[in-house]
Design a protein around this ligand. Structure first.
Ligand code: SF4
Length: 236
């Protein structure tokens, strides 16, 4: 079989496996059955996987699990490719995101788009989400109880997408995904494990807008991220 197609099928199987683990009772036998139609079945199921992010999006859109629902215009679920190999996780929506219902669309978002393009990808190639789906008032930092309430949605997004790599943007995303108390300055640029997925923390783009000199460090992190991603893609 063509190596590129083999790689694509392997990626699809990996995504599907994550989905099946997350959705117990989802026709495992039918999907993973042996025979000539196996790849076709896997393809078909991955298309279903894409659709299956929608129920979660709907669930989040009416969530009232924490007080942040009171001040939101709308929830900001996340966007991008549901089979992305790279996922960016930020902190929480700001004013612009709250208005548009999309993550990273303000000034910090524009910078994130440039960062993504700098490593040779397009915004639609990756998946972008936040740990918190509703805007905290005045863009304040999320409270531990808000993170606790909202984190399960992010966990389920990651389970569906099963990216090869995750980039945690800023200290709160790093706290949730890396589970370490060290500062983002110490954590950045290193890889940690999240459920078998390598996670690299780096500075949040909003921090870079306030501290442009840190862009150089983020560029170093992104080069490392890109190299690791390429290695992972060619590994068996
Ligand atoms: S921040 Fe998360 S947990 Fe809180 S209301 Fe919004 S979606 Fe629900």
């Amino acid at each position: 079989m063509n190596p590129a197609l083999q790689e694509e099928l392997r990626k699809l199987r990996r995504s599907l496996q994550g989905f099946l683990e997350a959705e117990k009772g989802f026709g495992v036998e039918a999907v993973m059955g042996k025979g000539v139609g196996r790849e076709k079945n896997v393809m078909h199921s991955v298309v279903s996987l894409d659709r299956n992010l929608e129920p979660l999006r709907q669930e989040v859109s009416v969530c009232i699990k924490c007080p942040l629902h009171q001040g939101r215009r709308q929830t900001v679920f996340g966007e991008g490719s549901p089979s992305a190999k790279l996922m960016f996780v930020g902190e929480a929506p700001g004013s612009e995101e709250d208005q548009q219902g999309r993550p990273f669309v303000g000034q910090a978002g524009k910078l994130l788009t440039k960062i993504i393009e700098a490593i040779g990808l397009k915004r639609e190639d990756v998946y972008i989400a936040n740990i918190i789906k509703c805007r905290p008032p005045g863009n304040r930092a999320p409270l531990p109880e808000e993170i606790h309430s909202c984190e399960p949605y992010l966990v389920r997004q990651i389970e569906f997408i099963r990216p090869r790599l995750i980039c945690a943007l800023g200290k709160y995303a790093a706290m949730v995904l890396v589970r370490k108390e060290e500062s983002i300055s110490l954590l950045r640029g290193n890889f940690y494990d999240y459920q078998g997925i390598p996670v690299m923390p780096t500075f949040h783009p909003a921090y870079l807008l306030r501290n442009p000199s840190a862009k150089r460090l983020v560029w170093e992190d992104m080069k490392k991220l890109k190299t690791t991603l390429e290695k992972l893609e060619t590994s068996p």
